[in-house]
Ligand binder design. Structure first.
Ligand code: GDP
Length: 422
């Protein structure tokens, strides 16, 4: 079939036996490939013999099964010169059951007319057919591009090493500056640049328990001695900027006031920008239990769309409950940055569809085949299938809730998108 030749070309090595991972037999080969700045890992199977019964063939089939289980994308290579065989059909059926992106490559096609080579394999029903010659390198680059397409690079990956960027947002006088000082109180503020204070939202990097965080200020803070002081009026632009620069927002509410439209607007903007969120209800010290109950009910009613966030009741002034914010921030950040492999997502999708199938729309019955992760912060889950343009908004929301619950993601919104194959 030419798997080893293709493997070598993908990994640019002459040696297909790159099995330097412990515990591998030599029938499964791992190699690193790269397309531009995109790294990828290639697993070569020893071969796939679905009808094999004994000896080496069974061993090889097991290796192939394991490789299928591990992979994000399956490339099925058939021999363009030999033509379609019964064996190809069996393998195609098996691969389809894996519920993963499947790419068909017709190999050994050098010097042959593409359409003619491809025609025969259409009946496998595996979508686009990629006619390649791994010996000559024809069509291989395109094949890799197709395989990598569902897995976009996240440009923020490197940034993440510096830990969460936290915007503290809220309307004037809710206690943002007081809270920032309380949060920073005991912590080590790392190099801090005041140059940008006049126009930009400034950021304040600090460490806590060996971890790094960066606070992005919305309140126009200036440092005065050991404390930060607010020197400006509330600025919508600064708030919007800070939210956009952040990974996670702390939305501060004032328990002594009513929940206002402005609170809801800022919350709405945070949700739209997809940021993770912790809801901090401040000045809890200044309200009695009667008022506390009323406030909780108001939050539930007026800010119900922020229900995905954890709520913390604190007093920034007295430092009560402030340290608990870090736990909530860490959890929400972890949820926002989660990486979910295609097989786990696809299993969760299948469970959702079993629980509640997407309703028929006229003559169309939307069919969901597999899911892959298309982004982080917020997690974006891209569902592939047919007739998905007919899926209702309420079903999409059902899926979003299902994924959040299945993966126990608290504190981040999550988005489901559909990609229909035509
Ligand atoms: P900002 O405009 O959101 O930065 O709010 P500030 O931090 O400047 O606080 C506004 C006012 O609320 C100040 O008088 C603070 O002392 C007061 N304040 C802040 N946090 C608390 C709190 O937890 N309890 C009480 N009782 N007052 C607070």
């Amino acid at each position: 079939m030419g798997k080893s030749t293709l493997f070598n070309r993908l990994t640019k090595t002459r040696d297909a036996l790159v099995a330097d991972f412990p515990g591998l037999t030599r029938d499964r080969h791992y190699g690193n490939g790269r397309l531009g700045d995109r790294p990828f890992l290639v697993v070569d199977t020893g071969g796939f013999e679905p009808t094999a019964r004994d000896g080496i063939m069974v061993e090889m089939a097991q290796q192939a099964e394991q490789a299928i289980a591990e992979a994000d994308v399956l490339v099925f290579i058939v021999d363009g010169r030999a033509g379609l065989t019964a064996h190809d059909r069996e393998i195609a059926a098996r691969l389809r059951r894996a519920g993963k992106p499947l790419v068909l490559a017709v190999n050994k096609a050098e010097g042959m007319r593409r359409e003619i080579v491809a025609a025969e394999f259409h009946e496998l029903g595996l979508g686009d057919i990629h006619v390649i010659s791994s010996a000559h390198g024809e069509g291989v680059r395109n094949l890799v591009e197709v395989c990598l397409a569902p897995f976009p690079l996240d440009p923020e990956d490197e940034d993440d090493l510096r830990g969460p960027k936290i915007a503290v947002a809220g309307r004037p006088n809710v206690g943002k500056s007081t809270l920032i000082n309380a949060l920073l109180g005991e912590e080590r503020v790392i190099a801090f640049d005041q140059a940008g204070t006049t126009r930009d939202a400034i950021s304040i990097p600090f460490q806590r328990g060996g971890k790094e965080y960066t606070l992005i200020d919305t309140a126009g803070l200036r440092r005065k001695g050991r404390v930060f002081e607010s020197i400006e009026k509330f600025s919508v632009i600064k708030t919007v900027q800070a939210i956009e620069q952040s990974n996670i927002c702390i939305l501060v509410l004032d328990a002594t006031q009513e929940v206002s439209d402005q609170d809801a607007h800022i919350g709405g903007f945070i949700v739209e920008s997809g940021r993770a969120l912790v809801l901090v209800i401040n000045k809890w010290d200044a309200v009695d239990s009667y008022r506390r109950e009323i406030f909780k009910r108001e939050v539930a009613r007026k800010l119900s769309f922020l229900g995905f966030a954890r709520q913390l009741y604190i007093s920034a002034l007295e430092g009560q409950g402030v340290s608990g914010i870090f736990g909530a921030v860490d959890a929400a950040y972890a949820a926002a940055m989660i990486k979910l492999p295609t097989p786990r997502l696809t299993r969760a999708l299948q469970a959702a569809v079993e629980k509640q199938a997407p309703p028929k729309h006229g003559l169309f019955r939307p069919k969901m085949r597999y899911a892959h992760q298309g982004g982080m912060n917020p997690p974006v889950i891209v569902i592939h299938g047919t007739a998905l343009e007919h899926v209702s908004d309420s079903y999409r929301r059902f899926l979003e809730r299902h994924f959040l619950e299945t993966f126990k993601l608290q504190g981040t919104p999550l988005r489901v998108q559909f990609r229909t194959a035509h």
